[in-house]
Structures are given as structure tokens and as C-alpha cells.
Write a protein that binds this ligand. Structure first.
Ligand code: ADP
Ligand code: MG
Length: 315
């Protein structure tokens, strides 16, 4: 799990930043439509997904339509339960929650922002009232609700819109109010499912900026599902989900050298618990790797070579 020694002189006490906020192991979600006895269809939306999100991280999850992103978010939001495998958020095993615990989890531990701007807000309430709503559910005192709502709207840069209803707000403003609503009860984890999917580029940037503020100012761990290359390029870690499994990861870091301090990207792939990994298609195609590859163990890495026993045309 960790490459650090857990005891002895090199041991590092587990700090906040080291504790995973989200830990999914071999997560499976099967949807059954119709009666299987009468030839109903089974869809395996998640097929043994492994994912770790560290506390305080801002992570982008990307993947083609139908790859299982919303299914995963539904499970992490406590709205759906896995068919197999485990999902642990902030130390809570989501598969083991009783009904009341699940309700408490949904109200306090996670905040959710959906793609459909309209579905995040109650149309007949003002922005301020929308943000106060989740606090009313957990019984926060009226004064505290009012103060917290204004504080959050201010943080999201939309204090001026506090007394407007959603219909009087632009799509970007609605999403920023939705983020404030999701943050109302100080969730540990903020989940956003394609929050910029219905917005133009400039407005997407505003909304992404608001999510980043939630992460940096409030320390909330943020998981964003996005198709938006712009968003994916701006976060430190991007995880690609393919066919219901996480496959590759891109990690960006500021180069130590280089005058412009530009972000450089490195591609990682997930090594699962039985040692399988998925190579990015661009890599395999550019070298003509297929069917069988030759592995060589070097002293500090493993190299992967085309199968020399077969002519290039057959590889
Ligand atoms: P994404 O959000 O990445 O587009 P989804 O998680 O929505 O993917 O869907 C993953 C797969 O599961 C798709 O094949 C989709 O058709 C299927 N699926 C999602 N929800 C349901 C459902 N409620 N019933 C049946 N199949 C579903
Ligand atoms: Mg989706």
C-alpha cells in the first residue's frame, strides 16, 4: 500500500495528508435490467475499480461516456451501493452503512454538484436560501445558517446574487451557488459530476476556479468528473477510467529547473493487486506492441519490448 517503512528509524507518522480520503478496492457495480430469467440484460458498469484519493487532493476523473464515472460518483455520494468490492470514504465503509448512517453520511460527509445546473437548486428559493437548506436539515441554528451562507456565497464570488432565484442567474452563477450548497455542511469530500458540461469555456473556468477555491481555502478534498481537457490539464493528478476500471494516471508537477516553472506531465498506470497493468494505447501503437511483449527486469525498472520472435507485420 505504501512505500514508506511503517516502523523503525525511517518510519513516518501517518499525517493527515497521507490518509486516503477515498479508497476503492475491486469495486463492482452490476445493473440488471428486466428479469434475467427472461433474457434481461446485465451491464457491468464498474468492473473491479481501484482508486485512492488523498485527503486534500483535487483530482480529475476522465473517461469516455459510459465508462462508469457517474456510477462511481453515485456510490461515493452514498446514493447507490456497490455489487462487490469496497468503497471507504473518510474511514467510513459505504457498504456497511445502516439507513440512518447513510442519511447522515449524505448530509454531512459528502457534497455533490451535478452537471444539470437546474437540478442542483430549488427554483423557488433564492441563492442564499438554497445554501441554507442543507444546514436546516442538520439542525444548525438560524443565525449560523445565515452567516455561513453569506460566507460561502462570498467565497464563490457571488455574494451579489444572494437574493436572486436560480432563474435570475447565469449557468455559471447557478453552478457556483450549487457548489456553495454542496459545501454548506462542511463536507470532507466534494463530488462534481461534469459540473462544466453545459457551460462555455469562459464560464467553465469560473466554475472550475470556484471548485479550486473550495479545495485551497477550505481544504475540502475535491473529485471532479470532466470531459473538459482544460480542467483536466489544470489539476495535478488526472485518473482515466476505462471500461469501469481505472487505467492510466497523469501526474503534473512544477519542474524544479526551467525558468517558466512550467507544469510537466508524467503518465502513470495503475498496477492492480494481482500485478496487472494497462499500457496506454498511444504507447503500444507507436511501438507495435500486441499480444505478447518481452519483459526485462533491470535493477531499478522493468522494460517492455516488442516480441522479437514475430515479424513486425504480425505484431
Ligand atoms: P459515465 O458517467 O462514465 O458516462 P455511467 O456510470 O453513467 O457512465 O454508466 C456506465 C454504464 O452503466 C453504461 O453502460 C450505462 O449504460 C450503464 N448504466 C448506468 N446507469 C444504469 C442504470 N440505472 N441501469 C442500467 N444501466 C445503467
Ligand atoms: Mg456520467
Amino acid at each position: 500500500m505504501t512505500d514508506r517503512p511503517t516502523e523503525g528509524p525511517g518510519a513516518v507518522a501517518e499525517s493527515r495528508a497521507d490518509r486516503p480520503m477515498v479508497e476503492c478496492q475491486s469495486l463492482v457495480r452490476i445493473y440488471r435490467t428486466g428479469s434475467t430469467a427472461r433474457g434481461g440484460v446485465e451491464v457491468q458498469a464498474l468492473q473491479g475499480l481501484d482508486l485512492t484519493v488523498r485527503e486534500g487532493e483535487l483530482l480529475a476523473l476522465v473517461g469516455a461516456s459510459g465508462s462508469g464515472k457517474s456510477t462511481l460518483l453515485g456510490i461515493l455520494a452514498g446514493l447507490d451501493t456497490p455489487s462487490a468490492g469496497t468503497a471507504v470514504v473518510d474511514g467510513t465503509d459505504l457498504g456497511a452503512l445502516k439507513r440512518r448512517e447513510r442519511t447522515a453520511y449524505r448530509r454531512r460527509t459528502v457534497g455533490v454538484v451535478q452537471q444539470q445546473t437546474a437540478s442542483n437548486l430549488l427554483p423557488y428559493l433564492t441563492a442564499r436560501e438554497n445554501v441554507q437548506m442543507p444546514m436546516a436539515y442538520v439542525g444548525a441554528p438560524r443565525q449560523e445558517r445565515a452567516a455561513r451562507a453569506m460566507e460561502l456565497l462570498d467565497l464563490m464570488g457571488i455574494a451579489q446574487a444572494a437574493d436572486r432565484t436560480p432563474a435570475m442567474l447565469s449557468g455559471g452563477e447557478q453552478q457556483r451557488v450549487a457548489i456553495a450548497v454542496a459545501l454548506a455542511n462542511r463536507p470532507r469530500l466534494l463530488l462534481a459530476d461534469e459540473p462544466t458540461g453545459e457551460l462555455d469555456t469562459a464560464t467553465s473556468e469560473e466554475v472550475f476556479g470556484a471548485l479550486r477555491t473550495a479545495n485551497s481555502e477550505l481544504g475540502t478534498t475535491v473529485l471532479i468528473v470532466t470531459h473538459d481537457a482544460l480542467v483536466a490539464d489544470q489539476v495535478r493528478r488526472t485518473v482515466r477510467i476505462r471500461d469501469g476500471r481505472t487505467s492510466t494516471e497523469v501526474l503534473r508537477h512544477r519542474a524544479d529547473t526551467g525558468a517558466d516553472g512550467a507544469l510537466t506531465a508524467e503518465e502513470y498506470t495503475v498496477l492492480d493487486r494481482v500485478g496487472r497493468l494497462q499500457l496506454p494505447r498511444e504507447f503500444t501503437e507507436s511501438l507495435g506492441l500486441a499480444h505478447r511483449v518481452r519483459l526485462v527486469l533491470e535493477h531499478d525498472h522493468i522494460s517492455v519490448w516488442p516480441d522479437q520472435d514475430r515479424p513486425p507485420a504480425e505484431r
